[in-house]
Design a protein around this ligand. Structure first.
Ligand code: DNO
Length: 357
């Protein structure tokens, strides 16, 4: 069990507090100040690792090593950025990192219409209203999200990218799904062998939300596409991050079945457990992690992972903002600590009822 943590002064949560969350033994880090496409320098990576270790935790997972848009667009300039990515992977391997979570979403990372919607108990959550998002242009979505981010960086929403967003969206209108998948394969064929040699398993994050927005290509949205993705480059180092909040936004997705298949195939290095509550098929609020608080059957998901032999990293994903905490939206300490211990409780119960042989 790990938690996400932003080093280099970019988190409200001191690393020492994370160590006090029972059962949490490590963190997933992101060097949020390195511009997208540039190398994560070895000395920075080692420096962060040493700080994490000094706090009694492990840094075996990194998250949001973001991919330069030229790679996703398939431009001739992509090779330089791919080389940088390969160098970053080697640096991470030297620091003992074992799992790299990234996404291949064009232009934007996850999209929400509000980052602090109030629930009846006065906690606040990230929320998504389809019509509101579609009524904006992507730069407006970005400005709204950054405006509500309480001064913290939002992974995948770097303010310097806003000016290019309109042109990027325009560019993708003439990129077919097939071409986009080819660009992804080109990237995988170049980086997965480097990851293998570096002792790292790549774990792509699903698209969030997992449906079409602004005419952009979509990739990791359901089991069919996940299978197609895994076949693009057949290697244990080419895996998936099962994010139950992202894939669960599409209610047709059977999360326990997806988890079971991926864990059994040993293509699941990382799991993000989050719950969400739908208002309609395309409108939802994030919720507390407990099954009754949302639409995801968290018990069934944990049981499916356990039964299929899952032995990767797991972290509570976004939590609510509670108890007056002021933190990066989705990443307050309190609700994620509750979530981590709820998930650990489910795991313990399942494991004690059905011991693994
Ligand atoms: C949302 C996160 C994502 C994820 C990236 C990985 O909070 O799960 O931002 O880290 O998509 O690149």
């Amino acid at each position: 069990m790990i938690m996400r943590w932003f080093p280099q002064g970019d988190d409200s949560v001191p690393i020492e507090y994370i160590r006090q969350v029972p059962g949490v033994c490590g963190v997933a880090v992101m060097l949020s100040k390195i511009p997208v496409g540039e190398v994560w320098p070895l000395e920075d990576v080692l420096g962060v690792r040493d700080k994490v270790r000094a706090a009694g935790l492990e840094m075996e997972v990194v998250e949001s090593v973001n991919i330069h848009e030229d790679i996703k667009k398939g431009l001739s300039t992509r090779d330089r950025y791919i080389e940088n990515y390969q160098t970053t992977i080697r640096h991470l391997g030297r620091a003992g990192v074992k799992c790299l979570c990234y996404n291949f979403m064009p232009v934007m990372d996850w999209a929400r219409s509000a980052l602090a919607r109030k629930l009846p108990d006065d906690s606040t959550v990230l929320s998504y209203r389809d019509a509101e998002v579609r009524a904006w242009n992507p730069a407006e979505v970005a400005r709204s999200m950054i405006g509500e981010s309480r001064g913290f960086s939002l992974p995948g929403w770097e303010p310097e990218r806003i000016p290019a967003m309109a042109a990027d969206i325009e560019f993708y209108q003439s990129v077919t799904q097939d071409e986009y998948w080819k660009n992804m394969k080109y990237f995988l064929d170049a980086v997965v062998p480097v990851a293998e040699k570096s002792g790292i398993r790549m774990a792509i994050h699903p698209d969030d939300p997992p449906w079409e927005l602004f005419g952009l290509p979509k990739v990791i949205t359901n089991l069919e596409n996940i299978r197609k993705f895994l076949a693009l480059h057949d290697s244990k180092a080419n895996g998936i991050t099962l994010c139950t909040g992202s894939l669960g936004a599409e209610q047709k997705n059977d999360l326990p079945a997806i988890g079971r298949e991926l864990a059994a195939a040993d293509r699941l290095p990382f799991v993000h457990l989050r719950n969400i509550k739908h208002l309609t098929a395309r409108d939802f609020d994030e919720s507390a992690h407990l099954t009754p608080c949302g639409d995801n059957d968290m018990f069934a998901i944990v049981k499916a992972l356990y039964d299929a032999g899952f032995d990767g990293y797991i972290r509570p994903d976004h939590g609510r903002m509670i108890w007056g905490e002021n933190a990066r939206p989705g990443y307050g300490l309190y609700d994620r600590a509750l979530g981590a211990n709820y998930i650990l409780g489910l795991w313990e119960a399942v494991a004690r009822i059905t011991p693994r042989s």
